[in-house]
Ligand binder design. Structure first.
Ligand SMILES: NC(=O)c1ccc[n+]([C@@H]2O[C@H](COP(=O)([O-])OP(=O)(O)OC[C@H]3O[C@@H](n4cnc5c(N)ncnc54)[C@H](OP(=O)(O)O)[C@@H]3O)[C@@H](O)[C@H]2O)c1
Length: 266
């Protein structure tokens, strides 16, 4: 049975990945606050400081690196600072530390989780992720890079925050292709079974929707009607949003509306 270390195993995607891998792998999780699942080998550690990394990686066959620090995702909305800088200590410095430890431990497969369109996007969080991809690609450990579109949980969180105001002003014509992190975890588990695959096919949700469609379903299913102000956006922004979709990629099966019906708000 292979030993797989999952970073970010307490996060949204990481929890799904751990659940998928547990039946057929010995699963380790490196976490700042270890959980209590007895079927997981927990390692207390911190990618930002380096604590615990060597112990967690030592003896692992595969590393699935799904930890991240996105302040915008955490708070559920963007601030001007998000267009200026993104903290590098987890996604960049942490990835470098993890790769070094994986090389020393002769890990056979380093699977890095990334984002569709990360090479074309300009916002700092995406630039940080793309630089981390380059570390993985040019590093000594055999690798896979798996990119996904935005997860349903994050779209839900962001709309929940926006709906705190009586009027929601959003660029409703933008395209988006939200995906269920569980669908992506299934895909990721298959890639783990296959071994290092380089840059894997992009993975997105089953539907390319407009933000307007996304909001309409959300308001109906969550029962939170707000006045919607449709903001126009320049065509360059529309193109940038389209770059974050992958209509020709692999697709999950859980639609946005189905996901909303089966997941209460966090
Ligand atoms: N969210 C999306 O829409 C989306 C879309 C495509 C790809 N992705 C990518 O998918 C991956 C997982 O995203 P997610 O949505 O599951 O994120 P998430 O729910 O925010 O989870 C992030 C995980 O990283 C851990 N982490 C943060 N700082 C850490 C540190 N210093 N040391 C160790 N662990 C740390 C967190 O642990 P704590 O609980 O200790 O903070 C948590 O387990 C990321 O690579 C992300 O870029 C996300």
């Amino acid at each position: 049975m292979d030993t797989v270390l999952v970073t970010g195993g307490t996060g949204h995607l990481g929890r799904d990945v751990v659940a998928r891998l547990k039946p057929s792998h010995h699963v380790r999780v490196l976490a700042r606050s270890p959980g209590s699942d007895p079927d997981v080998e927990w390692f207390r550690g911190d990618l930002a400081t380096g604590e615990g990394i060597t112990a967690a990686v030592s003896g692992a066959d595969v590393v699935v690196h799904a930890a991240t620090l996105s302040p915008a995702a955490r708070r559920g909305f963007l601030l001007p600072v998000d267009f200026w800088r993104s903290p590098p200590e987890v996604d960049l410095d942490g990835t470098r530390r993890l790769l070094d430890a994986a090389a020393r431990a002769e890990v056979a497969h380093f699977a890095y989780v990334s984002i569709v369109g990360v090479d074309r996007a300009r916002i700092p969080y995406m630039r940080v992720k793309y630089t981390a991809e380059e570390l993985v690609r040019t590093g000594p450990v055999p690798w896979s890079i798996l990119r996904a579109t935005q997860f349903h949980w994050l779209t839900d969180r962001m709309l929940g925050k926006a709906a705190r105001l009586p009027v929601v002003a959003l660029p409703t014509d933008l395209q988006t292709q939200p995906v269920d992190s569980q669908d992506f975890a299934d895909h990721l588990a298959e890639r783990v079974a296959e071994g290092p695959g380089g840059r894997c096919m992009d993975f997105g949700g089953p539907q390319v929707l407009t933000l307007g469609d996304v909001i309409t379903s959300w308001q109906r299913i969550r029962g939170r009607q707000r006045r919607l102000l449709r903001l126009p956006v320049p065509s360059a922004v529309e193109r940038a949003a389209r770059d974050l979709t992958c209509p020709d990629g692999k697709r999950g099966t859980t639609t946005w509306a189905d996901w909303l019906r089966t997941h209460p708000p966090e």
